[in-house]
Design a binder for this molecule. Sequence first.
Ligand code: PLP
Length: 483
Amino acid sequence: MTPEEFRLSGYAVVDWIARYMEELEDYPVLSPARPGEIRARLPPRAPEAGEPLEAMLRDLDEIVLPGVTHWQSPNFFAYFSANASAPAILGDLVSSGLGVQGMLWATSPAATELETHVLDWLVEMLDLPEEFSSRSSGGGVIQDTASSAALCALLAARERVSDFQINQRGVDRPLVAYASAQAHSSIEKAVKVAGIGRENLTLIDVDERYAMRPQALVEAIRADKEVGRIPFFVAATVGTTSSSAIDPLKAIGEICRGHHLWLHVDAAYAGSAAVCPELRFIHDGVELATSYCFNPHKWLLTNFDCDVFYVADRATLIRTLSVLPEYLKNRATESGAVLDYRDWHVPLGRRFRALKLWFVIRHYGVEGLRRHIRRHVALAKEFATWVEEDARFELAAPVPLSLVCFRHVGGDEVNQRLMDRLNASGEIYLTHTKLDDKLTLRLAICGTYTEHRHVEQAWRLIREAAAMGHPEPTGPGKAEPGQ
Ligand code: PLP
């Protein structure tokens, strides 16, 4: 494809994406495809001769789109969203266009320096501890996901507690890690991948708000020490997946300091909220964290994948993950004057992901990003009041940000049927969790294009679906949405 052909094809692809954005609301949110249905429509063999772009665009419409669950639909309320935005798409396109592989500073100085700089901007934008800034002892790096960030934190903690012996000799001591019983499964996965062993991850009890009980953590650490186990790592969550609970970082951080434990804070979803000064209570105590991550790809308008991972002491992370073969040696690395991000995560190669974050921050400005977050938080609070006012439903957890956990009072089967009915309608997509062993519906309001009318419609659909199985209660105090 010549540059001129690329130009024309590129316009056609951008047109296709723009049309998709315009039509997003018309598609069934959850793909109705059955297993194998999409593959069955694809040719069994790769084409021998090249095909024109028109053929690919046609197949995108006819084969691919029916098998897409529309994560960018304003009616997508499942999981936590994966925010895409036009500026991020353009930044990503530039990254593809440049095609650089920024494993070392020397392999593309701008890829490293722009990333360092934008991540320092974010420290200020979220009012994170100064130690996380590259100007201080720490620094930030873009990882693919929060799962990778947790793994890197755990590996660095494992090295630190063993005086940097485990990388060389393997795990030869009974290390033990802690997270709340509501922590994301990525912590369990990291513990398994790092060879710590699932048995050596202790899940700490939570309180009535689903946040870790610091006293239970103290007791678990004491009990483990008494039997000769070596506590080394605590993962605290700001905004748990099930209910957006916020672990008390200050109390947990002080316990970690007292026992010399690594405190990793997983704020994958919720961290973005800290662009708003009035929501920074979520980070109360984060200055005690050894590492921290959040996902701009969840709630800060930056296309997947983009997790931002900070450490307060970069030397420990680098020492943990650095391996320097002859073929990567270069003068810039040897000078000690540059950062080589290959030493900050598991893969060697890395894309120029900072571009999309840079485009997003520059396009929206900090004020625009705050508006994005505030809109969702206000919508969630409003939705929560509608739930409270309907006798058939109850809130299942506090709503500190933009996730509403609620359930029909009729029990698990009723909630399961309700959710299946709603998701099969194609008009809305929401998912569930279990809280106190009860099936709970989650309405995560964090989509790029989600507005008041979508949330209002969601509530109408939920009420209608509930009424299909259960008659509407009569009597005073039952408000319509928005009243
Ligand atoms: N941590 C929390 C609190 C999450 O909610 C999630 C995903 O929803 C993750 C970690 C995992 O995210 P990722 O897909 O970036 O690994």
